[in-house]
Design a binder for this molecule. Structure first.
Ligand code: FES
Ligand code: FES
Length: 162
């Protein structure tokens, strides 16, 4: 079967790849663009390990066709740190031990950053509700929620000082 050429933007850079019609965006990111931070936990939209942002919308990249990336702008976990500095969500996950095996972590961080971009001061229930599509089999979630709260507080503080 002939391949389809896709031109897209990933983490601010233009990116091009050839894919099959039924190939997922997750597979294209991982195997065509070498962006292996997004993980495949289920391949069916249930675990959130493959979460990326496409044109401002969080999506499970395992459920998006690679061809749908044409002309879109995608942010993956590799695009979350900026200018050599980890994002506050990443810093707090490390500082507060909000990960164990780390398989779910890229999805949680992409989702948590998206939440804090929209709502700088979410309540605990808002955080839990927002992250309900991300599954973790290791941490029990409490440390993840604490890390997001701490990142939000740090971002508000940095915003106030700027
Ligand atoms: S791998 Fe996409 S939601 Fe689980
Ligand atoms: S840290 Fe292992 S699945 Fe979340």
């Amino acid at each position: 079967m002939s391949k389809i050429a896709v031109s897209t933007r990933v983490n601010g850079d233009s990116a091009e790849f050839l894919c099959d019609a039924g190939e997922s965006l997750l597979d294209a990111l991982r195997w065509k663009l070498d962006l292996t931070g997004s993980k495949e936990g289920c391949g069916s939209g249930d675990c959130g390990a493959c979460t990326v942002v496409m044109d401002g919308q969080m999506v499970c990249s395992c459920l998006v066709l690679a061809v749908e990336a044409e002309g879109r702008s995608i942010t993956t976990i590799e695009g979350v740190a900026e200018g050599g500095r980890l994002h506050p969500v990443q810093e707090k996950f490390l500082e507060l031990g909000a990960l164990q095996c780390g398989f779910c972590t890229p999805g949680f961080i992409v989702a948590a950053k998206e939440l804090l971009d929209r709502n700088p001061d979410p309540s605990e229930s808002e955080i839990r509700y927002w992250l309900a599509g991300n599954l973790c089999r290791c941490t029990g979630y409490d440390k993840i929620v604490r890390a997001v709260q701490a990142a939000a507080a740090q971002m508000r503080q940095e915003g106030a000082a700027a």
